[in-house]
Unconditional design. Structure first.
Length: 464
């Protein structure tokens, strides 16, 4: 049988097998092993850095000539000197067709990345940990790179060992998505990045204290004009400045996320003065968000289709009802995650359900005191929901599942993880009456034999 099947047919069969079958396939024969390797396009490896292991890794990668996606992490507690440099050299020499690389081994320097950028010209996505002092000139040869994620590490004293790259010619980068984590003090190397990112559409800043020195900030401001999506996570010291400049200069912004940073005044200024048609707003600001912000959203963001609030304890029903009235024909997604206003004000969910005619996604996760009657009253007016998340709502019972089955016939995705009072019988009833369901997040212990048959018959994905 082995001799009858040609190489191309075997490789096509390998592509259709689940990943778990790879180990068994590789043991059949040397031919099958060779064909399996040559047909593999994605690998995720955990590597232990030792001087003897590096040649083995290089040899292993060389047997995968069509590898286009690689994720490499280092499980060793301590690695020998220059291990990351040698790892990158091995990847560069063995994987010329690489398009996606997630390199989570030891931090690397800009110099170490030169071999990668020169040898892998097709690279379009890169996640890397970069050590100080920062240098980004290695990005210039990567004309295909669209998505870059950088974790910055190293002693801040190393910032002052920076010897300057001002003499290096600028090279316009084609980056569309940039994520930075951990910028500190005066990371001068960011200047090159901001000057040359003129096509940036998505920016993520996490745990960032700055965006560089004064020259870097000036260049950074110019790059805000093309942004469509911005995420600011635990970056309090830069959040207000970024929001102010977004309000002044960005008319393309459609999505904003702010978690654990900024100030009441800075956020209010942005909402009140922004000229962009913001469609998605995701905020986790326990002490920096109140009704004034929601009223400003209702007045200025009239095209908003998604509003997500987490742990916003100063918001009241008045603010949310204003949103409901103003955006009744626009809002399609509403998330009130761990927001005690849901529990403080009976009838709020009913009013929101009646106002929000176009609501398709609802997330009420981790409202531990949410009652069946409050949820059921909202679902009466939300029969077109396609996604419902109730994770961690411990007071909900089987009656909530009955209401969902009766009222929400269009549901495709449901999350009821950690709802301890919802029992097996209710899950089975819900599955029996949900013909459009495609994904259910629930504990496996709550799936009866009948429920499992329904899952298999209707091709429902269970996420436990």
């Amino acid at each position: 049988m082995d001799s009858i099947l040609c190489d191309e047919l075997l490789q096509e069969i390998f592509h259709r097998l689940p990943p778990s079958s790879s180990a068994a396939v590789s043991l059949v024969s040397k031919r099958w092993l060779r064909l399996l390797r040559s047909s593999t396009v994605a690998l995720s490896l955990t590597f232990i850095s030792t001087p003897l292991a590096l040649p083995s890794l290089s040899s292993f990668l060389s047997h995968h000539p069509y590898l286009s996606s690689l994720s490499l992490s280092d499980s060793s507690s301590s690695s020998f000197s220059s291990s990351s440099h040698h790892l990158l050299q091995s990847i560069a020499s063995s994987c010329p067709n690489l398009r996606h690389l997630r390199f989570l081994a030891e931090p690397v320097s800009g110099f170490s990345l030169l071999s990668l950028s020169n040898s892998c010209p097709h690279l379009s996505s890169l996640t890397i940990t970069l050590s100080r002092p920062l240098c980004f000139q290695w990005l210039a040869p990567l004309r295909a790179l669209k998505d870059l994620s950088v974790f910055i590490t190293g002693s801040e004293t190393e910032l002052f060992s920076y010897n300057g790259f001002a003499s290096v010619l600028d090279a316009e980068l084609n980056l569309e998505s940039l994520s930075l984590c951990g910028s500190r003090g005066v990371d001068y190397g960011l200047n090159f990045l901001w000057r040359n990112c003129k096509k940036l559409e998505k920016l993520k800043l996490k745990s960032c204290e700055c965006v560089g020195d004064n020259a870097s900030f000036s260049a950074f401001i110019k790059g805000l004009e093309t942004l469509k999506e911005v995420e600011l996570r635990t970056s309090r010291t830069v959040a207000d400045g970024v929001l102010l400049k977004l309000a002044e200069g960005s008319v393309s912004l459609s999505s904003l996320l702010v978690y654990d940073g900024g100030s009441k005044e800075g956020l209010l200024q942005f909402i009140s003065h922004s000229r962009a048609d913001v469609q998605k707003l995701d905020l986790r600001l326990p002490l920096d968000l109140d009704n004034d912000h929601l009223i400003a959203v209702a007045e200025n963001f009239r095209t908003l289709s998604s509003l997500r609030l987490q742990s916003c304890c100063l918001v009241t029903g008045e603010g949310l009802k204003t949103i409901g009235r103003a955006l009744s024909e626009e809002l399609e997604e509403l998330a009130l995650i761990n927001c005690d206003v849901v529990e403080r004000e009976p009838g709020l969910l009913t009013t929101l359900g009646q106002n929000l005619k176009r609501l398709r996604k609802l997330d009420l996760s981790y409202n531990e005191l949410l009652l069946d009657k409050e949820l059921s009253a909202m679902l009466v007016s939300s029969s077109n929901l396609k996604e419902l998340k109730l994770r961690g709502c411990n007071r909900l019972t089987n009656m909530a599942m009955v209401s969902m089955a009766r009222r929400c016939k269009q549901l495709e995705t449901v999350d009821i993880m950690y709802c301890c009072r919802i029992e097996m019988e209710a899950v089975e009833l819900f599955l029996s009456n949900s013909s459009h369901l495609r994904q259910l997040q629930v504990e496996e212990s709550k799936l009866s034999v009948v429920a499992k048959k329904l899952v298999s018959k209707n091709c429902i994905e269970i996420v436990a």
